[in-house]
Design a protein. Structure first.
Length: 108
């Protein structure tokens, strides 16, 4: 369930936000924005955990190979994982930035 908790909070947050906007309930709209931010953060955290778990599993798998090849393979795996993690964090940051801009506009 934790795997989908962030996505669920994002969806619920967007729903509350839109409902608040449609009904003129600013508190509900803000609550929805905050829940959406929470969801983005949870989703990014779960993605980072999955990447770390994948790296550790790959390290165990690769440890059975020769030392020279092991170092080369681990470095390559870390490089690929780093690219994925950066992308995940960048995406979460973009979502968070967009949400914060919307919050700022609502608070004006």
């Amino acid at each position: 369930m934790k795997k989908y908790e962030g996505k669920l909070n994002m969806a619920m947050g967007v729903t509350k936000q839109k409902l608040g906007e449609l009904t003129g309930n600013r508190n509900l709209a803000r609550e929805g924005q905050m829940q959406k931010i929470k969801g983005v953060t949870q989703d990014a955290t779960e993605n980072a955990k999955a990447v770390a778990k994948g790296v550790s599993q790959e390290v165990v798998k690769q440890s059975r190979k020769g030392a020279k090849k092991l170092v080369k393979d681990i470095n390559q795996t870390f490089a690929q994982t780093n690219v994925k993690a950066q992308s995940t964090v960048r995406e979460a940051g973009n979502k968070l930035e967009a949400t914060l801009i919307k919050i700022h506009q609502l608070l004006k």
